[in-house]
Write a protein that binds this ligand. Structure first.
Ligand code: MLT
Length: 375
């Protein structure tokens, strides 16, 4: 018998589909150059310090075999992650940190912790949230983020689902909007008073420029109700190298124990070489350099915003994040508009429908790093 939940997933994964359409267009139009503002993939090279740390680690392995690594992740890497949080004013013990090969994996796997519960997510959403809820056969619900609520839904919108598991992502993928501190405080209060849990996706936290929290643990009370998932993919260019983590605070003792038990059976930790790269990325020496790297993507977002302003387009985002959420100016569906932009303008964006946000397109400024490389 096949897994009937898995067979409920419709079509291809969003970025596989857009990638295929872009490739097909390229093959039929080899003379055309495409401006890639679709997938949020790092385009600037990794810092030399990170590459040096990984090559040193690889050479070390020719002298001794590091063997199996801790399934929670190497202690040196968990200590580096704890130092990263300390720079945000958040105190964590390495025992509260569980390393993974990226946020995407944990965002699905963490659902293993929950039983008969509804997962509630903002719509538009990052597609793996919904896909993973479907694959696990969980009930799910949406809270709408739209122009009327400035794309910042309030906790009262999930009251009918509580107690539930609430997924929050800030700065948000796909809208690019960061949740202000007061709103996160209301979400934490709601989770505490309703017996709900928050899974906070902070993969884009390091891009915040307006003082919005980069971690849910900057909010009082979050340790009693929240798990945070994060990664180095966007903050340090690790999309192809893979290093992420989840934080389960000691206060959520049963969840932490269950996750530890699960990881023992499911995961053998991160590769030693990658872990040394992650440690370097999180070191004091790289902090400022990575800030400059992220500033390149944000300046790309600024240039795109100026262009959209000149064209009189409606959009949000692009300030605390390299993502911009743009209203489609015509009556086209987002897939029609995707094809129009690709075929007539040679620009690749991502259709809003793929995030449950028909009528919009997501523009990713990560592609502007590639242009910078060519300068
Ligand atoms: C994106 O939102 O572009 C993603 O990070 C790509 C992905 O996760 O597949």
């Amino acid at each position: 018998m096949l897994n009937s939940f898995l067979s409920r997933l419709s079509g291809d994964y969003l970025f596989r589909r857009t990638g295929e359409l872009i490739r097909e267009y390229e093959v039929s139009n080899p003379d055309k150059r495409i401006l890639r503002l679709g997938i949020g993939d790092a385009t600037l090279p990794l810092l030399p310090e990170i590459c040096d740390a990984m090559s040193t680690a690889a050479v070390e392995l020719s002298h001794y075999n590091c063997g199996y690594q801790d399934e929670r992740g190497q202690l040196f890497l968990r200590e580096s992650i704890a130092s990263h949080y300390a720079r945000l004013g958040v105190s964590l013990s390495p025992e509260e940190i569980f390393v993974s090969d990226g946020a995407k994996r944990d965002l699905g796997d963490l659902f293993d912790l929950f039983g008969d519960v509804t997962v509630v997510m903002q719509e538009p959403y990052y597609p793996p949230y919904l896909d993973n809820a479907i694959m696990r056969g969980l009930r799910y619900g949406f809270i709408s983020a739209n122009a009327e609520n400035c794309f910042l839904p309030e906790p009262r919108e999930v009251e009918s689902y509580a107690p539930c598991v609430i997924i929050l992502c800030s700065p948000n993928n796909p809208t690019g909007i960061a949740y202000p501190r007061e709103l996160l405080e209301r979400w934490v209060d709601f989770a505490l008073s309703s017996g709900s849990h928050i899974i906070f996706d902070s993969a884009y936290g390091s891009f915040t420029t307006t003082g919005c929290p980069a971690s849910i643990f900057e909010i009082g009370g979050a340790r009693e109700c929240a798990i945070e998932v994060s990664s180095l993919s966007k903050s340090a260019g690790f999309t192809g190298v893979r290093c992420g983590w989840s934080v389960i605070p000691h206060e959520l003792e049963s969840l932490s124990r269950m996750w530890s038990r699960r990881q023992g059976s499911r995961f053998n930790g991160l590769s030693y070489v990658t872990a040394r790269g992650g440690e370097a990325a999180l070191s004091e020496g790289c902090v400022e350099k990575l800030k400059l790297q992220r500033a390149v993507y944000l300046s790309g977002a600024r240039a795109i915003r100026h262009g959209l302003d000149e064209l009189g387009r409606e959009y949000v985002g692009g300030i605390d994040s390299p993502y911009i959420w743009m209203k489609i100016p015509s009556g086209d569906s987002s897939w029609e508009y995707f094809r129009y932009l690709l075929e007539e303008k040679q620009v690749a964006l991502t259709p809003g429908a793929g995030f449950g946000g028909e009528g919009y397109m997501r523009i990713s400024a990560f592609g502007t790093g590639e242009m910078k490389n060519e300068e």
